[in-house]
Design a protein around this ligand. Structure first.
Ligand code: CFM
Length: 546
């Protein structure tokens, strides 16, 4: 029987690792061993982890599918594109706003289709006789009803299996409609090993069909794109509030609170600030190659990280006016947040957390826990790649396996008329020299303490075992883990949808998070929880028909 604080957790991570692997057949244990890493401070070197590989069949993974990464994650938060799922109704329904990505459609005439769930509702007969006609009719119907600027089509597993040519249908409808940009995504759920493949498929198509369509220069100074921020629980609103106060112009967020036109204008920005490296780093690379816009990594999770990221952006533009404004905003907003942290800290100091989230939050949120004096004893990504764990220096040596080869890499060249390097080679070198790293991300592992455990693609069994052995004060993951963890008597915070909370980004978000974690880790209720079979192991029942 497990309860939160009944005995001391075994401290030796090697013992814990062994205990977890014990239960597996030898072949499975050998595979999983490479994805469970004990963080050792190797000299000048980050230990290596296996990531972005197939989940072993039979294991209950925390991952989602490729369709989820494409339709739900990347395209889902864009309000004025009609997103049609070509498939059985369940895929459309379960990817419909469950991520709590918010949007602001308050402007006059702003279109918002996010409240609708569009699907071709495939039936048995469509699987047998083909679904292209039905898809064509769905596009026409959506167009007649809404006249949107764009319609996107998403393939689900059966579409790939029966071979519907969604791209041909999209091209035909684009031509027929004339004033509506219709394009499709071959993001069948099985296409990659996780939702990460879906991000890539989505971003490739957005880059190919949408980015660069609007050359008009938007008003404003210090123009950036915020890449890899999805406005979960209103995070993007808080970041935009801070940008506005600093005088930084956000041309496009990929893709929280975004609109069709933001994507179309993204090439007019002068800097790309990359928040979630996993889901979008290749867009940053493509924007640099095609249009000459450099990129830096930022993180607006954590008050100190927020200040640091603002300073990075100011350093890039290298203009005293901006630097002064950024410093003034930090001076005004950071101290009250730190005061709040100091108030909460006596109740959170020394407590432990485990974080298992998709591809960047397991790293970013460690900053907020640090501000509360809490230690992350174990963390991992569902689907991130080795560069997100170990840093981008591993990229040249990454082996491309059959699953990755399945995902298209689009070839990008400098745009003939619009390629315009925003900084000269010398300017970039001087900025690098002064400590501003371009195209750089060091990953999660170097930020974690020695002896902590980093686990890739954690599964249901391992999650429960880790909780049993390490007894953290809080466990952070998603809805699939929520109730099994709570039943073990441990407070559980969803870091995908934020349960019903948020924002947690920026300065105001940090304060929300401190209070939420304080409430969770200091609530006694979880320790009192006992499942009926724990209290009384014998359940009896009678048959109703007896
Ligand atoms: Fe990036 Fe995300 Fe994440 Fe992600 Fe996601 Fe998400 Fe996530 Mo859920 S884009 S990798 S595919 S930060 S939906 S907003 S919370 S798993 S850690």
């Amino acid at each position: 029987m497990i309860s939160a604080h009944d005995n001391k957790a075994p401290a030796d991570p090697a013992v814990i690792k062994e205990k977890i692997l014990q239960k597996y057949p030898p072949k499975v244990a050998r595979k999983r061993a490479k994805q469970i890493l004990i963080n050792e401070a190797l000299e000048n070197e980050t230990p290596e982890i296996t990531a972005n590989v197939r989940t072993i069949p039979g294991i209950i993974t925390m991952r989602g599918c490729t369709y989820a990464g494409c339709k739900g994650v990347i395209m889902g938060p864009t309000r004025d594109i009609v997103n049609i799922t070509h498939g059985p109704i369940g895929c459309g329904f379960y990817s419909w706003l469950t991520r709590r990505n918010q949007t602001d459609a308050s402007a006059d005439g702003a279109e918002n289709y996010m409240t609708y769930c569009f699907s071709t509702d495939m039936q048995d007969k469509d699987i047998i006789f083909g679904g292209e006609k039905k898809l064509e009719a769905a596009i026409q119907e959506a167009y007649d009803l809404f006249h949107p600027k764009g319609i996107c089509i998403f393939a689900t597993c059966p579409v790939g299996l029966i071979g519907d040519d969604i791209h041909a249908v999209a091209a035909k409808m684009k031509e027929r409609l004339g004033d509506c940009n219709v394009f499709a995504f071959s993001c069948e759920g099985y296409k990659g090993v996780s939702q990460s493949a879906g991000h890539h498929i989505a971003n490739n198509q957005v880059f190919r069909h949408l980015v660069g369509l609007n050359d008009e220069q938007k008003p404003g100074e210090y123009k950036i794109n915020l890449l890899g921020e999805y406005n979960i629980g209103g995070d993007g609103f808080e970041i935009d509030r801070i940008f506005k106060k600093c005088g930084i112009t956000n041309i496009a967020t990929f893709s929280g609170n975004s609109s069709y036109d933001q994507f179309a204008s993204a090439h007019t920005a002068d800097l790309n600030a990359v928040m979630c490296h996993r889901s979008i780093n290749y867009v940053a690379d493509m924007l640099e190659v095609k249009y000459g816009v450099p990129w830096v990594k930022v993180n607006f999770i954590g008050a100190q990280s927020t200040a640091k990221s603002l300073r990075k952006i100011a350093r890039y533009f290298d203009d005293p006016v901006l630097t002064e404004r950024v410093e003034a905003v930090i001076a005004e907003e950071l101290p009250p947040v730190m005061e709040e942290a100091a108030k909460v800290r006596p109740r959170t100091e020394g407590k432990t957390a485990m974080l298992f989230v998709g591809g960047s939050r397991a790293h970013h949120y460690q900053e907020l826990f640090k501000e509360l004096g809490m230690k992350t004893v174990s963390a991992g990504y569902e689907f991130a790649h080795r560069d997100d764990y170990e840093g981008r220096h591993v990229l040249p040596g990454l082996k491309v396996d059959a699953d990755s080869r399945n995902i298209e890499e689009i070839e990008v060249n400098p745009d003939e008329t619009r390629f315009n390097p925003r900084k000269s080679e010398e300017e970039l070198a001087a900025l690098e020299e002064s400590g501003l790293a371009f195209k750089e991300y060091d990953g999660m592992i170097p930020d974690m303490e020695k002896g902590t455990m980093v686990i890739d693609d954690l599964n249901q069994y391992e999650a429960e075992k880790m909780v049993e052995l390490l007894k953290p004060d809080i466990f952070c993951a998603g809805i699939k883990e929520k109730f099994s963890i709570q039943k073990l008597g441990i407070p559980m915070k969803q870091l995908h949808s934020y349960d019903s909370g948020g924002p947690y980004a920026g300065f105001k978000g940090a304060v929300n998070f401190y209070h939420e974690i304080d409430r969770l880790v200091n609530s006694k209720v979880w320790g009192y929880l006992k499942a009926p079979w724990q209290e009384n192991p014998e359940l009896s029942a009678t048959y109703v028909w007896e």
